[in-house]
Design a protein around this ligand. Structure first.
Ligand code: NIG
Ligand code: FE
Length: 407
């Protein structure tokens, strides 16, 4: 056992509801707190002095100066395994072209596919690990990573194998997701429905065989896959035993309904979700994931996070870090900007990047500092937890702990 502290404040995020609105006075804040760690898990979060008195001979890891402590963050939606760069898309959008127009002319996702296909496994591994380390430096210790820039058997498996290999080089938890249904590749001869069947027949069985992912994603949108074919695809993927997540309602509404109907773990994006569908989603078990980094990258509106919480939905917030729509990769900056535009409380934002985003990944062992939880936490050099979002990402994490050990 080991005692870490004293922290000016520990915000445990324990004992909060999974869904709906939260106010900051619902937060459990332990002033001058300590964390008792046993076998990589939280044993107790309590007054530092009280724990010291209780265990006079315990090993103490002293915290210097004033620091606050939060559960480590969970980024439940990223595309950080990719080759190339899309700065040119950014410039074209700012010169007046839309994301969908760029996609239609062979830029966009397709250009990242070409770069990712031509990258070696070593190159992809190196850049993916660099991005993982950048996320860890922000206090993110659980990272979902999607395929989706390979779009044929060989290249999709290459991406997923790289993600699996990356796991052997990092202490962060990586959650791989198969997004072969990101786009029908331009070199596929056949309809989009036939491409979806090819994923079911040729890609997913191998993903299963090699144990490369347990989750399947699809981009339902005009430029990608249509609602009906997507629904049929998702039901088949579910039958094969995969958990489902959906890129839904990014530009056109309707697909979040499909996500709910197929029992998806999460529906992500939702910038275009109409009020009626917000209600439908909010009454379900499907997590609504806001991706403010994509709104900022594209200059599009934000996910209606306030309405989702007011309707009692489960709101997560993730970075969507990818080379096209969301090249920033700074989750705290994005989440605090979402808070200012959508009027979210600090508690709602913190819940959205901890236990609620963990729930979107079916991880129930993390996201709060309650007894028995994985001892992943992050500290900031400040005397008040509200400063973390207030500074919109410019207050950097001081230390990141994984399984109770300083990273
Ligand atoms: O989540 N919308 C589709 N997929 C990604 C973007 C991928 C890309 O532009 O490369 C997203 O925004
Ligand atoms: Fe995405």
């Amino acid at each position: 056992m080991k005692l870490i502290g004293p922290f000016k404040q520990i915000v445990t995020l324990a004992n909060l509801p999974l869904r709906g609105k939260l106010s900051d006075d619902q937060l459990e804040i332990i002033n001058d707190g300590g964390l008792l760690i046993k076998d990589g898990k939280i044993e107790t979060a309590d007054s530092f002095q009280k724990l010291k008195d209780q265990f006079p001979n315990i090993e103490v890891e002293n915290i210097e100066g004033e620091q606050i402590c939060l559960p480590a963050f969970v980024d439940s939606h990223t595309h950080i395994c990719f080759g190339g760069n899309r700065a040119n898309d950014f410039a074209m959008r700012n010169a007046g072209k839309t994301y969908l127009e760029i996609a239609e002319t062979g830029g966009g996702i397709w250009s990242s596919v070409q770069h990712t296909r031509s990258a070696s496994e070593e190159e992809l591994l190196k850049t993916t690990l660099e991005r993982i380390n950048f996320l860890i430096s922000q206090g993110i210790t659980t990272i979902e990573i999607k395929s989706g820039y390979g779009l044929d058997v060989e290249s999709e498996l290459k991406m997923l194998r790289v993600i699996k290999k990356a796991q052997t080089f990092t202490q962060a938890t990586l959650i791989p997701t198969c997004l072969s249904a990101h786009l029908k590749p331009r070199d596929f001869e056949g309809s989009s429905q036939e491409y979806l069947q090819y994923i079911i027949d040729e890609i997913l069985p191998k993903v299963k065989e090699e144990n490369l992912a347990e989750r399947v994603d699809i981009f339902i949108e005009k430029s990608a896959f249509l609602p009906e074919e997507s629904k049929a695809f998702l039901l088949k993927a579910k039958e094969l035993g995969f958990e489902i997540t959906v890129h839904a309602d990014q530009f056109t509404s309707g697909s979040s309904r499909i996500a709910v109907e197929v029992g998806a773990k999460s529906a992500d994006h939702l910038e275009a979700t109409i009020d009626e569908d917000i209600e439908f989603l909010a009454q379900s078990e499907t997590v609504a994931t806001a991706l403010p980094g994509a709104s900022l990258g594209l200059g599009e509106k934000f996910t209606p996070a306030r309405k989702i919480l007011d309707a009692n939905g489960i709101l997560a917030i993730a970075s969507d870090w990818n080379p096209g729509s969301a090249p920033m990769g700074n989750l705290i900056t994005q989440a605090s900007i979402l808070a200012t535009f959508e009027k979210l409380s600090t508690a709602e934002v913190l819940a959205g990047i901890t236990f609620r985003s963990a729930f979107a990944l079916s991880l129930e062992d993390r996201g709060t500092l309650a007894k028995g939880m994985k001892a992943d936490f992050v500290t900031f050099k400040t005397d008040n937890f509200q400063n973390v979002l207030y500074h919109q990402g410019s207050l950097k994490a001081e230390n990141v702990y994984i399984d109770g050990e300083k990273f």
